[in-house]
Design a protein around this ligand. Structure first.
Ligand code: NDP
Length: 336
């Protein structure tokens, strides 16, 4: 496993990081969740990502149980705040001081730890003054409940503004967590250049496009049994954005490229995001331990420029590049 610095901080994280969205506390049973975490640890993954909203707080509980007994100093545990949790009252979402201060305590208790390594704003809150949010994050850091601060799906301008305030407050805003894959490249135009300049690293989600880039979904055919596209608890809805015959046909054209490199298609997808020097980690999910064991082999793979070109030609115009999609991925108003 390769370990990379998270942005320009001194924190090292595993280049392949394990996340539990849609799986723990929902799609997969707790024993399988624990097996996936075990497979991650056995394969050199030290960094784990969750959020209070995943399975309405259950995912944090499952991860906390699965990591129980591990040496805390050998792990990097990340969580997030913003989306509605609990009964969905007026202060159960967003980035107000009240919600941040209350949420961090809930997360720490479910994760069975005294601190998280990274506390992330899951989206930008258009209704709370950014100064209030960053002051609350600074207080969470000073209380020792989080070591660093990160953001998720913020635009380049929002990251610049948050980073400037964090600097004034003497805390590190060191990471951005956007969607990034061979199919979804919207951060390349604005977010990545801004983050390079600021020393903010990307922890990129859905590098396998939720399983689509593994090549297992074939155009015109029913999705395989047990896959995310059949998960009626939420997965099928989330993956639907990629379940399009044009996309699935183009994805099949990646198979010979992966074969030539001796990689599975999922490994090619994970390796591809790691070629970007602003990417600190590929944040992968798994519904079974074998997937974790397969995907970690993407660590350390170098893809030559001529192969990157072949990938672009194979995917053609199904690649999404419009930087405006970052803002579209976040609600215009605070939900809840
Ligand atoms: P991936 O693109 O890695 O998709 C993971 C899913 O793909 C697995 O659960 C599995 O689903 C399938 N899969 C994985 N490996 C293989 C393989 N080798 N062969 C076949 N199928 C495979 O990422 P996710 O979409 O799961 O997201 C990863 C993490 O990113 C999340 O857990 C979360 O931590 C973070 N995230 C953050 C968001 C944010 O807003 N900040 C939003 C979304 C995710 P199955 O077997 O069920 O088909």
């Amino acid at each position: 496993m390769e370990y990379r610095y998270l942005g320009n901080s001194g924190l090292k994280i595993s280049a392949i990081t394990y996340g539990n969205w849609l799986t723990h506390g929902s799609q997969v049973e707790n024993d399988v969740a624990a097996q996936c975490v075990r497979a991650a640890l056995d394969n050199g993954i030290t960094t784990f990502d969750t959020a209070d909203v995943y399975a309405n707080t259950k995912a944090e509980t499952v991860l906390g149980e699965a990591l129980k007994g591990e040496r805390r100093q050998s792990l990097e545990i990340f969580t997030k705040v913003y989306w509605p949790t609990g009964p969905g009252g007026p202060n159960d979402s967003g980035l107000s001081r009240k919600h941040i201060m209350e949420s961090i305590d809930g997360s720490l208790s479910r994760l069975q730890t005294d601190y998280v390594d990274l506390y992330q704003a899951h989206r930008f809150d258009t209704e709370t003054p950014l100064e209030e949010t960053m002051q609350a994050f600074a207080d969470v850091v000073r209380a020792g409940k989080a070591l660093y601060i990160g953001v998720s799906e913020w635009t380049a301008d929002q990251i610049r503004a948050g980073h400037a305030l964090a600097r004034e407050l003497g805390i590190g805003l060191i990471s951005s967590q956007p969607q990034y894959s061979m199919l979804w490249r919207v951060i390349e135009g604005e977010v990545v250049p801004a983050c390079r300049e600021l020393g903010v690293g990307q922890i990129v989600w859905s590098p396998i496009a939720q399983g689509v880039l593994s090549g297992k979904y074939l155009p015109g055919q029913q999705p395989p049994e047990g896959s995310r596209a059949t998960d009626t608890k939420g997965g099928a809805n989330m993956i639907s954005r990629f379940m399009d015959d044009d996309v699935l046909t183009r994805v099949q054209a990646l198979k010979p490229i992966a074969d030539d490199l001796g990689l599975s298609m999922a490994q090619l997808a994970v390796a591809w995001v790691l070629q970007n020097d602003n990417v600190s980690a590929a944040l992968v999910g798994a519904s079974r331990p074998e997937q974790v064991a397969e995907n970690v082999k993407a660590s350390g793979v170098r893809i030559q420029p001529d192969v990157l070109k072949q990938i672009d030609e194979a995917l053609g115009d199904v690649v999404v590049r419009d930087p405006a999609k970052t803002a579209e991925n976040a609600p215009a108003r605070r939900p809840g």
